[in-house]
Write a protein that binds this ligand. Structure first.
Ligand code: ADP
Ligand code: ZN
Length: 707
């Protein structure tokens, strides 16, 4: 059996070896037994049911809660030469009938279904008349009422055990906690399932947490090394999402906003673009969550603190599903702590609930202030012991220095106490530094005994100290919500000198040795040209087939082509990720790129494609010109062309004031019959509007009226 599985792995999927428990899981399910699979994101869960599906007779039914992902999965399978289909509400009745017919004729090997669809009596009856090879229940944690993703329809999936007692079932999830696990077993009747629990470590992710100083500047420094990479940036509020997306686009990083305040269609459109295009940044609130299956997300950045380690793990986990190096980067500061603590105080819910949430936030905060290996601490929170520090996080790589902060901490607490426990950090720091300003004077704070005692430390040091005091619960944030600090009960022993306090020393901005992690060095500069050529070909093929680029080949496969330079189709077949069907379809084309025969390196068509992408992302012509390394004049000419062919709207291409736009439009539409040439109206706008802009407006009118 395992031999056969191995053959399928190579022939169909193009992979050489099973990863982790995959082999054992596949054997179990192929033998007709149940399995519960707990594996982190990117661990390779899909193969665990796709290979047995091909080994067993009959139809494999895959339950998945996310319609958007189903199409992706089906496209991926079809590209591999496996006949698959998804039945969902987006299909017309005809399309549904067609799928039903093909199912009756046994022409489909894998069927994707939403849970509510599967448990309809008609559907169950229909399936009972077919031969079913297995059931796979993806995202099985959705059955848990405790989790975030609870789906009531999942509860009904327990029926499968009764209706199909002899069909093996495999449930899969990336949520590992014990409670969820037990609930899955119980509610899905998986008592006989063998459990496969993998490590939840994501070794390819590099973790870094930095103190927030000038977040935009820090973000730009982080992104500067990651130009052209796809990534997700999480922010707390919708407004901040919009602001950051606009800011990044302005800075030449194509970015899209995503939050619950946007119209549904726009959100769906942005998501689709994120999946289909390369190198886009999604700036999002946590509304951008489940269902992000894009494997080559190279970084996840947090500009605000998540409220628990569960959330942090899940959100950062969206990076690097393809197993290639990826980054989890976060900037965090005192404001985050204050904000989250206040939110918690003001939240609904009973005391017990609040205590749990408080506990979760504290765990998150202690990860931020951690002096040990971040990965060890993160995994320990999920009950997984890691014997050695990982060597792949900021603390391991940079080292952490600590200092004895006992005395300054007492001064800082004293400043809170003596000023009446109601002022925010800015004012407290002014007191400690002995600053002579109006607020200090009007409050008479220059007479406090702590006034000016802190001149030995910098403003930054004091702010960092306050942040750490709050994070450690030695100071509290006021409940009224003005950000004032109070003493907490737990600071007494420190004030009385009974305990000492060791804190982390902040690295100054330039110190980190590993500011550039491995991700950006994925491709060396001398390889860049060939790499781009491979990506360009992939993008073309993806467009032709109407699938995201990674469905043609994942980055890892492209990278292996780049490194091993196959010279023949035979060599190509040995590359991981090149199965028989893909070899036949695409092998030759990629060989030619590698041999440099096909000069696909930025043909005019490619440049045009990129131009459209950038313009849609909101870049100005000047920015596009810089990005594409060509003249602005050229950019305008190409924009006009794209507008004329209705690939771009005028609004996407240019940002013109509305009244000016209508003035120009009127000038063109003034006469009868044909649209006048630009030269005819140019004089009227001389000195006000560049001719290049007039060409664009004319092209849009032409497209609109098909003149
Ligand atoms: P999950 O669903 O657990 O997040 P996926 O099934 O999407 O993970 O797999 C993640 C990536 O790893 C995919 O690109 C997949 O093709 C790849 N992969 C899975 N198993 C193997 C394997 N045995 N060898 C090589 N690549 C694999
Ligand atoms: Zn580490």
């Amino acid at each position: 059996m395992l031999d056969q599985a191995q053959r399928i792995l190579k022939d169909v999927f193009g992979y050489d070896a099973f990863r982790g428990d995959q082999g054992a899981i596949i054997q179990r399910v192929a033998d007709g037994e149940d399995a519960l699979v707990l594996m982190p994101t990117g661990g390779g869960k899909s193969l665990c049911y796709q290979v047995p599906a091909l080994l067993r007779d009959g139809l494999a039914v895959v339950v998945s809660p996310l319609i958007a992902l189903m199409d992706d999965q089906v496209a991926t399978l079809e590209e591999l030469g496996v006949s698959a289909a998804a039945l969902n509400s987006t299909l017309t009745p005809e399309q549904q009938r067609d799928i039903a017919d093909r199912l009756r004729r046994n022409e489909i090997k894998m069927l994707y279904l939403a849970p509510e669809r599967l448990v309809q009596p008609r559907m169950l009856a229909f399936l009972q008349r077919l031969q079913i090879g297995l059931f796979a229940i993806d995202e099985a944690h959705c059955v848990s009422q405790w989790g975030h993703d609870f789906r009531p329809e999942y509860l009904q999936l327990g029926q499968l055990a009764e209706f199909f007692p002899s069909v093996p079932r495999i449930a899969l999830t990336a949520t590992a906690d014990k409670r969820t696990r037990e609930e899955i077993v119980q509610r899905l009747h998986l008592e006989k399932a063998e459990r496969f629990l993998s490590s939840f470590d994501r070794p390819n992710i590099f973790y870094r947490i930095v103190p927030k100083e000038q977040p935009r500047k820090q973000l730009m420094a982080f992104l500067a090394e990651r130009r052209g990479d796809a990534g997700i940036i999480y922010c707390m509020s919708r407004k901040k999402v919009d602001d950051i997306a606009a800011f990044l686009t302005e800075q030449g990083f194509p970015a899209l906003p995503y939050h619950a305040g946007l119209p549904n269609e726009l959100r769906a459109f942005h998501q689709k673009r994120f999946l289909n295009e390369e190198g886009l940044i999604m700036v999002a609130t946590i509304a951008f969550g489940m269902g992000i299956d894009k494997p080559n997300v190279r970084f996840v950045a947090h500009l605000d603190l998540p409220k628990s380690l569960e959330a942090y793990y899940q959100e950062t986990g969206r990076a690097g599903r393809d197993g290639l190096p990826a980054d989890a980067w976060m900037a965090y500061g005192l404001q985050d702590v204050i904000f989250l603590k206040q939110m918690l105080n003001n939240s609904e819910g009973d005391d017990r609930h609040k205590r749990i949430e408080q506990h979760k936030l504290d765990a998150m905060l202690s990860l931020c202030e951690e002096t040990r290996c971040r990965r060890q601490v993160l995994l320990a929170y999920f009950d997984e012991q890691m014997p050695e520090p990982c060597g792949h996080c900021d603390n391991c790589v940079d080292g952490v220095q600590t200092w004895d902060a006992t005395e300054p901490a007492r001064q800082a607490l004293s400043a809170i106490y003596r000023s009446g426990q109601r002022y925010g950090v800015g004012h407290l720091v002014d007191i400690l530094l002995g600053r002579d300003n109006e607020k200090i004077r009007s409050l008479g704070h220059q007479h406090l005994s702590v006034f000016g005692v802190g001149k030995g430390l910098s403003e930054g040091d004091w702010r960092s100290l306050y942040r750490q005091l709050v994070a450690r619960g030695l100071a509290d944030v006021d409940l009224e919500g003005f950000g004032g600090l109070r003493l907490s009960d737990s600071c007494r022993s420190l004030l009385r000198g009974e305990v000492t306090l060791e804190l982390r020393r902040e690295l100054t901005a330039k110190t980190p040795k590993s500011a550039v992690s491995a991700a950006s060095q994925l491709v060396r500069s001398e390889e860049r040209e060939t790499w781009e050529a491979l990506r360009t070909l992939r993008r073309k093929l993806a467009e032709e087939h109407g699938v995201p680029p990674y469905v043609i080949f994942p980055d890892a496969t492209l990278l292996e082509m780049l490194r091993s330079q196959p010279g023949t189709l035979g060599d190509m077949a040995r590359i991981s990720g090149v199965g028989a069907r893909k070899l036949e379809r695409y092998g030759q084309a990629f060989l030619e790129v590698l041999q440099g025969d096909a000069k696909v390196v930025r043909s005019p068509a490619d440049i045009r494609h990129e131009l459209i992408t950038l313009a849609r992302a909101g870049m100005t012509p000047a920015q596009i010109a810089r990005q594409l390394d060509c003249s602005e004049k050229n950019v305008y000419a190409m924009l006009a062309e794209a507008i004329g062919q209705q690939q771009l709207s005028l609004e996407q291409a240019l940002d013109l004031p509305e009244d000016l736009l209508s003035e120009i439009q009127e000038a063109f539409l003034d006469g009868e019959g044909e649209l006048p040439p630009v030269a005819a109206v140019a004089e009227q706008f001389a000195g006000r509007v560049p001719e290049a802009v007039l060409f664009c407006v004319r092209a849009s009118l032409q497209a609109e009226f098909e003149l």
